[in-house]
Design a protein around this ligand. Structure first.
Ligand SMILES: *Cc1c(COP(=O)(O)O)cnc(C)c1O
Length: 416
């Protein structure tokens, strides 16, 4: 089919929920994508951080093919080898204790929220169910993860939301402490008829969820001092410190998980986007402290850890060796340095870590317009927040592909 034919079908039969770019993609090779007409694009998007080991990856495709012939799906009522093996690899490389497999980021965060509330309820009873999240955060599109998301623009049409979320400004440790203690005052004022034991209950907050680099919010990294202080405040109050690594995880920042750049071990983390290299998968990794919170019957999902997705993820984990992750960090540093070196007035701050980068756009130019111009010139690129171009290339992108993409970006920014 031609691009025009695909677009016509889409317009007729698809709910028009996406503001799509005017491009259809038919196939890919490495970090290059091709339209049905054969137009080539350098890809700085990796399907929003998903196609972590590039396109046309033969070993990945063969692993999926062989697993599909052997066994496609049997449900979580039975044991399967790819599931168990992937769990072992993920816990080893994360320092966590065990894992629950889901199918996407939003669903993984739903599991994380359930885990946090049950941890607290098991230990302290009712009334300690509030979860703090950060402004500019993004945690998903389900009704509950939208409530967790600290951006008003997502909250317009879908009231009422799940209760029990409060948003605090990022990188403001005093605001976090106040939010933890505001709840404590409230809890202490509850009378003795409640199941609450105020003296034992440090506030109404059970958990804090953060993205260490806010992706959709604009590629906004949290300060290491803030992260360490927040982690400590939470530990002192037995409030779970939870990290949404749906975008930052699985090698994106040059470590398997972004928290490994910050020298902390969270109580639990979620992952999704990049884990299976293009197949849908997500999950929750729990530390020792949270490993037994969710027991039989507490949580489930039909497809989670499906043998084909798990096999694809095992191949991704296999290809993302520590050496490859070091290269991710080097490539990211190279891209940052190159863009800064242009000293163009259209570029403000260059943010991010590894191959999760944002360049804020200075002056009158709009990120969305610049992205469209890059695409017209052969570079697929994303935007984030209100001010930034966002770059999430496949982690296996070559320096040749990086240079080809950056040359297009430079051309566009020079005209901005
Ligand atoms: C993309 C994203 C999500 C949502 O993931 P889906 O797979 O779209 O449900 C949640 N959190 C973060 C940080 C994300 O980047």
């Amino acid at each position: 089919m031609t691009t025009a034919e695909i677009k016509a079908l889409d317009a007729e039969y698809v709910m028009q929920t996406y503001g799509r770019f005017d491009v259809a993609i038919d196939r890919g090779e490495g970090a290059r994508l091709y339209s049905p007409e054969g137009r080539e694009y350098i890809d700085f998007t990796s399907g929003i951080g998903v196609s972590s080991i590039g396109y046309g990856n033969k070993k990945w495709a063969e692993a999926i093919y062989n697993q599909a012939l052997r066994l496609g799906h049997v449900s979580n009522l039975f044991y399967t080898e790819p599931y168990a093996r992937l769990a072992e690899v993920l816990t080893r490389r994360s320092g966590m204790k065990n894992v629950f497999f889901a199918n996407a980021g939003g669903e993984a965060n739903e599991g994380l929220i359930k885990l946090a509330r049950k941890y607290s309820r098991d230990k302290y009873g009712e009334g300690r169910s509030t979860i703090l999240t950060l402004r500019q955060s993004f945690h998903g599109r389900t009704v509950t993860t939208l409530a967790a998301t600290g951006q008003e623009q997502f909250h317009r049409h879908f009231f009422p939301f799940t209760e029990g979320f409060r948003h605090v400004p990022p990188n403001d440790i005093k605001a976090l402490e106040n939010a933890l203690d505001a709840g404590a005052v409230k809890a202490a004022s509850v009378d003795g008829t409640s199941a609450l034991k105020p003296e034992a209950v440090p506030g109404d907050v059970c958990a804090v969820i953060v993205e260490l680099i806010q992706g959709e919010g604009g590629v906004l990294p949290l300060d290491p001092e803030y992260v360490n202080a927040a982690h400590k405040l939470c530990r002192e109050r037995d409030v779970l410190f939870l990290v949404d690594e749906v975008q930052t995880g699985i090698g994106r920042t040059g470590k398997m998980f972004a928290y490994q750049n910050y020298g902390i071990l969270p109580d639990a983390v979620t992952f999704a986007k990049g884990i299976a290299g293009g197949l849908p998968m997500g999950g929750v990794l729990a530390s020792e402290k949270c490993a037994a919170v969710l027991g039989a019957g507490d949580h489930a999902t039909t497809f989670g850890g499906n043998p084909i997705a798990a096999t694809a993820a095992l191949e991704v984990m296999n290809q993302l060796s520590d050496g490859v992750l070091d290269e991710v960090a080097e490539k990211g540093a190279y891209m940052k340095k190159t863009i800064a070196g242009w000293s163009l007035p259209a570029v403000g701050e260059i943010r991010g870590m590894g191959l999760m980068l944002g360049a804020s756009v200075a002056g009158a130019a709009q990120p969305k317009d610049l992205a469209k111009r890059c695409i017209a010139d052969g570079l697929l690129i994303l935007t984030a927040g209100s001010d930034a171009l966002r770059m999430l290339p496949p982690l296996t992108i070559t320096y040749g592909e990086i240079d080809a993409g950056l040359a297009i970006l430079k051309g566009v920014l020079e005209q901005a």
